[in-house]
Design a protein around this ligand. Structure first.
Ligand code: PLP
Length: 448
């Protein structure tokens, strides 16, 4: 294992360059050549997961200026970094180890110098106008003038509210597994029945199993919960896939909620909002939930939005939240508006680092973790790793935590049939990622 000590000072909240490293090899294998072609694991003739670049001997420092050091990150206010002992590298909960965009921080600081009353977030305020313009640029168009948006304290409350508003106890709700765990609890907590449709792992990445989807529908099925792009596989659903899903929804007269929180973290390909391909009838049966917290690394502030072409549908769902779900905080509104006003340079730098980290991870898995499968991530900063061939597959997350001192999310949390999988969060400096991967390699038990 490479000996690497990460030093860095964390004295204030300002962005700073991550500084490494003592005894750095080049960390054994910590470097690779980025070839020009994308997607690297789809280089001509290559299967997904067979990254075409190589992990070479020369360390390439890919850390960008907003990547924070482990010292800066490990503080008691960080759930991600305080949950495990200090000798563990936490690549689990979906925060990024990056400083927040400078323009967003500036506006947050300035907001604290004003009175902190209720913030405006009505349909006609500047914030909502900016958000609408951004959604339109991404393809979410033809929204009505009013009643199309309801702000929430977070995105997950929108999932719960939708399930409760549109279904009755014992109704069935379809979702594609593996899936971000609150999709499952949003169905089962209020007494609905989850119908898990497992995604199919193919040489072209995870795909919807259309036969299994048809087979899952019964007279009790009411709703589909879609994650677009998909956490944890990182799939960006194509127009063709979404069109087929919209036809399915229409044919069975289902409701659909599409969680598009990761849209701005599209690394390759093009994000398509579900409603961009849905017929007018399906649009009337669709709710989109979204927010700024994944792309702008602001989950601790909490804010989300329910969006629909149908004002009655939006009102029906919003009614479920009245008096229960918090309105967004003033700081969260300031933050979201600031992300909409930002010049985009920070997000572009984040995406560059994420692509580079993903490619590095893919190369590393192929070369240094024999038997482990990674089908790539077209979006998000999450990697869904298949450790099923590992002798310790049954308790792989615990094994890696204890042996490698790397914290990942356990596959079974993402739905049934996911034993032997883990989710890895690669939104960190190259330094930390390389160290964590070195640890995984050192603890790896090669398979025949
Ligand atoms: C798809 C998806 N939806 C919702 C959330 C959580 O959003 P919030 O914290 O606003 O509830 C996450 C967090 O990772 C997510 O990946």
């Amino acid at each position: 294992m490479a000996c690497m000590m990460i030093v860095g000072v964390a004295t204030d909240a300002r962005p700073r360059r991550l500084i490494e490293l003592c005894g750095l090899p080049p960390a054994g294998l910590a470097g690779y050549s980025e070839s020009a072609a994308w997607p690297l694991w789809l280089a001509p003739g290559a299967e997904r997961g067979t990254f075409a670049g190589t992990v070479n001997e020369e360390f390439v420092n890919e850390d960008f200026e907003f990547a924070l050091s482990a010292d800066a990150l490990r503080h008691s206010e960080s759930f991600k970094w305080s949950h495990y002992p200090a000798d563990v590298l936490p690549l689990w909960v979906a925060d990024m180890d990056f400083a927040v965009a400078p323009s967003v921080l500036e506006k947050l600081h300035a907001r604290l110098d004003q009175s902190i009353g209720y913030a405006p977030h009505a349909a006609d305020c500047e914030f909502t106008r900016l958000l609408r313009a951004k959604l339109e640029r991404q393809g979410l168009v033809d929204l009505p003038a009013n009643g199309w948006i309801k702000y929430l304290g977070n995105v997950v409350s929108g999932l719960y509210a939708t399930v409760m508003a549109l279904t009755a106890p014992s109704d069935e709700v379809i979702t594609f597994t593996p899936i971000y765990p609150p999709f499952l609890t949003a169905i089962t907590d209020p007494g609905r029945v989850a119908k898990h449709v497992a995604l199919a792992a193919t040489p072209n990445g995870y795909q919807i199993d259309w036969k299994a989807l048809e087979a899952a529908v019964t007279p009790a099925t009411r709703l589909v919960l879609l994650c677009n792009p998909h956490n944890p596989t990182g799939r960006v659903w194509t127009r063709q896939e979404l069109t087929r899903l919209a036809e399915f929804v229409e044919r069975h007269r289902l409701w659909i909620i599409t969680d598009e929180l990761h849209a701005d973290l599209t690394l390759d390909g093009t994000f398509t909002p579900f409603t961009a391909v849905a017929s007018p009838a399906v649009r009337e049966r669709t709710l989109t939930v979204t927010g700024p917290c994944k792309a702008y690394n602001t989950a601790g502030l909490g804010i989300g939005a329910l969006i629909s072409h149908s004002t009655t549908l939006n009102a029906r769902v919003a009614k479920k939240t009245v008096g229960i779900a918090a309105h967004p905080s003033a700081l969260a509104v300031t933050m979201w508006q600031a992300t909409l006003e930002d010049d985009g340079a920070w997000l572009a730098a984040v995406l560059k680092q994420l692509r580079s980290n993903r490619d590095y991870l893919a190369a590393f898995v192929r070369e240094k973790l024999p038997g482990v499968k990674y089908l790539g991530s077209e979006a998000t900063y999450l990697a869904w790793l298949d450790y099923r061939s590992h002798p310790r597959a049954a308790d792989i997350q615990q094994y890696l935590l204890k042996t490698a001192k790397v914290a990942l999310n356990p596959g079974p949390h993402f739905g049934p049939g996911n034993e032997g999988f883990v989710r890895l969060n690669f939104a960190t400096s190259r330094t930390i990622l390389a160290e964590a991967l070195d640890r995984l390699a050192a603890a790896h038990v090669p398979v025949a």
